[in-house]
Structures are given as C-alpha cells and as structure tokens.
Design a protein around this ligand. Structure first.
Ligand code: CU
Length: 466
C-alpha cells in the first residue's frame, strides 16, 4: 500500500499510523534492524530537523530553523537511539552545499540556489557522537560542521536559567568614614558557573562570589584583614588570591592555594592607602583572570575619602573564546588565543551589555560621581574615557596618598592597575564609558552613565549663541 502524503490531511493521524503498522512500513524503535529505508514517501520520521546554510563574516555555517534549535549555529542534534531521522537542508546563501552524516551513510544532493532544499533520512542505529557537515571542498573547515548525539542526553545550553554574572557597578560597600584601624573579617568563595557572556552566548566563568568583578573589599589603612577563601567541592580547579595591597610573597597567593572542598585563611595588615586589584594567583594565572577571578580592594586613607553623591565600581577585562565575537551558544575558553593575546571579547564587569543593557550607571545633574576603575587584563591596558566628561580630579594608578591631578580626558590604566576619578554632572543625557582604543567597542566594551535632570543651555545647546 502506498500512502500519498498529500492526502494526509483527509485522514486522521490514527488511521495513518494504523495503516503503516498494518503494511509493515512502520518499524518500531525496539525492533529496528537495519538502516534500509523504504523509497516511497510512506515513512514517518521520529524526528525531523531543518538546517539553513549561512555565509557570513565568521565563515560558513548551518543555522537551525524552528523548534529548540531555531537560530542556533551548527546546533547539536539530540536523537533517541534507533530513531528515524530526517534532516532538511535549505540553501540560505546561494552557494553550493550539501549535507552528509557519513557514519549513517546519509548524503544529500547539492543545493546551489537560494531557497533550494534537499533532505536526508537515516536510522540512528548506533549510539554515540557523530558529525554532520557539508561535503563541498573547504566548507567543513570554514565552519559547516555540527554534532549529532545519539543516546545519552547532553544538556543544550540555553539562556533561560543562566546566571547574570555581571556585577552592578553600584554594588559596593559604603565609605569607611572616620573610624580608626580595626580587624575586619572578609569571606570570599570561588565559584565556577556558566553565565551570560552576550545575548545568546554563554561562557563558563570562574568567579569570586558568583559575580565579575568579585566583591569590592573596602577597608582603611592600618586595618588588619582576616581573609577566608573557600572553594566548593563541586569546583574543578584550585583557586587562590593575590591582593596587590598585601605585603608578603605572592600577595597572599602563596598561603591561599585552596583545593576544591577546602577553606583557607590568611591575616594581613594594610600599610598603604590606595585602590588595588586582586585576582586569583593559581597557574595558569592569566587563565584564571580571563575567566573572571578578579576584583579590587580599596584601602582608604586615614580620615576616609571625601563624600560624593554616587560611587561606581567598574573593571575591564578580556575574554578568550574558541569561537569569534558574537557566535551564539556556549563558547569555550581558548588557551591558544590567550597565549597569542588575541581576545575576541573586551568587557566591563564581565559581560557584553553589563553596563549598557543590564546595569547602566545612574545619577542626576548636580551629583558628584566617583568611579573606581580597575583593569584586570590579563593583557591589555585601558585608555579609560567617559565620552562628554572630564575627570575633574583623578588619582592615576589608584595612588591615593597623592593629591589628585586635574581635568583629565583619558587615563591610561595598565593590567593589574587601577584609577580613581570623579566629576560633577552638569548636563543630563547619556554618557558612554569606553576604552579609547575604540575598536574594542565593537568587541563588547562600552558602558552607559545615564544622567537625569534639567538641561543647562548656558553650558551646552544646539545652534548658535543665544
Ligand atoms: Cu582561580
């Protein structure tokens, strides 16, 4: 019996399936023996996928169409063992392509004009991980390569339920004020977790306390700090801390190498005021920093810092991913790119959009705002600049024992260095935080300072003099 799919709508699905069972065309998953398929249209795939070809800046790729693979580049196809699988290939770019899964002897015809399609069907009669790819010379290397997993489920990364690892720049401790030196207990926890790197992109971060940067530690000169570092048993790595404010070998890292499931404590006294970077000091240190393990410790001078209306905590870093900037899905770390110093991402507070979409800085006209800025690197200096402002007072290198320098446009901050600067807001609007090496803006590096209040036309207006 031949079943004409065009007439399917006139039958109920139950009738159709009954018919298939009766004619023996329908092979249950349990008794599938062979990879042979009926050549008529009388098959019912257990699972079907559609992939569209795409040629872009980052090469060539398959993009999922519909269902839970919609929009994913080279989506992983999860298939139950013995399923009858149909994959439809749609030509989306007008170049010549095909699709093959050689382990299942599946090879489509070629599609060479935009909108043309071809289909492969195969029975996934062995478990494991296999590849689908385009067979045209060079296309697989250019990126047309994806994975099929038959059997054991491997979760597909999805942004729902994925942590926002970026720290709100307004999240920092209050000023120390006028108190004398004392003993302060600080608790930090190493946390390895998958977080949002950019829209539709995730990354496996290593953090202090689940956010990037880690908590700002705010103390005063002469304080004694008792620092506890815990590393959960679920971690995969040893972690530690090197604080640039500490005097002693490794800045604390010699004594704080903490394996998974352990906690270690050190005590140190702070002799010098300043704004200092801290970071994980476990080999490969550059990798631990790039993955998010850094923060700052502010050692206020005696008497404390002068009061301002708003304070913000911002840190710049680079992220080295296997895939290029903007590639969707989970991005893995690339040690090759780290060693070549070719990051694909530059970010403020850990992720693309952290300080634009997620947590922009907010203040109002009349406020004096202070920015604590640190460059975690691991490799690139920052030419930190706020478009449309000048730092009326600036403390280069975070050196707070000195008088500030005045009216600075752009401040150079080395990796492992910091800067404190402030200005009074006099005109409402959107001010953009950048590294004035502006190519990095295209790789994720920008933040907004949103200023509310009344315009000040005597200071700034459209048109000629009034
Ligand atoms: Cu670490």
């Amino acid at each position: 019996m031949k079943i004409n799919l065009k007439t399917r709508s006139k039958r109920t699905m139950a009738q159709l399936i009954t018919g298939l069972i009766l004619t023996g065309l329908f092979t249950s998953q349990a008794d599938a023996q062979t990879n042979k398929l009926p050549h008529s249209s009388g098959y019912v795939p257990n699972v079907s996928y559609t992939l569209k070809t795409e040629t872009g800046n980052s090469g060539m790729e398959f993009v999922g169409v519909g269902g839970n693979i919609d929009g994913h580049i080279n989506p992983i196809l999860h298939i139950q063992p013995n399923s009858l699988v149909q994959i439809t290939l749609i030509n989306g770019d007008g170049a010549i392509h095909d699709i093959t899964v050689p382990q299942f002897h599946a090879l489509s015809g070629t599609v060479s004009t935009k909108g043309a399609s071809a289909t492969i069907v195969f029975r996934a009669n062995k478990e494991g991980q296999f590849n689908y790819y385009c067979n045209m010379p060079g296309h697989r290397a250019a990126g047309m390569n994806g994975k099929i997993i038959v059997g054991k489920e491997i979760p597909v990364p999805s942004l729902t339920g994925i942590s926002d690892i970026s720290r709100n720049p307004a999240d920092l401790p209050p000023p120390v004020g006028h108190r004398g030196p004392k003993s302060v207990q600080i608790f930090l926890k190493a946390e390895e977790l998958t977080g949002k790197l950019a829209d539709k992109t995730t990354y496996h971060y290593w953090t202090f306390n689940g956010k990037v940067p880690g908590p700002m530690i705010r103390v005063r000169v002469g304080d004694t700090v008792v620092l506890h570092l815990s590393n959960p048993a679920t971690s995969h790595m040893i972690h530690s801390i090197d604080l640039h404010a500490v005097i002693g070998p490794g800045g604390g890292a010699m004594l704080l190498q903490t394996p998974p499931g352990k906690e270690k404590t050190i005590t140190f006294k702070l002799l010098h005021p300043g704004l200092f970077v801290y970071h994980c000091g476990t080999p490969m240190v550059a990798e631990h920093i790039a993955n998010g393990m850094f923060g700052m410790i502010l050692v206020e001078p005696a008497g404390g810092l002068p009061r301002v209306n708003e304070e913000f905590y911002v840190m710049q870093s680079e992220i080295y991913t296997a895939g290029p900037f903007g590639k969707r899905g989970n991005q893995e770390f690339s040690v090759h790119k780290l060693l070549k110093e070719t990051p694909d991402y530059f970010v403020f507070n850990g992720s693309v959009g952290a300080l634009t979409q997620d947590h922009p800085l907010q203040a109002k006209v009349g406020d004096t705002v202070r920015i604590f800025f640190g460059d975690a690197g691991p490799n690139f200096a920052s030419s930190f600049h706020v478009i449309g402002e000048q730092f009326e007072k600036a403390w280069p290198w975070g050196s707070l024992a000195n008088k500030p320098i005045r009216d600075v446009q752009t401040i150079l901050v080395p990796p492992g260095g910091a800067f404190m600067g402030q200005f009074k807001l006099r005109e409402p609007g959107k001010y953009i935080l950048v590294d004035h090496a502006l190519s990095r803006m295209e790789q994720g590096l920008s933040g907004f300072l949103l200023v509310s209040g009344s315009p000040n036309p005597a200071l700034y207006h459209s048109g000629g003099e009034k």
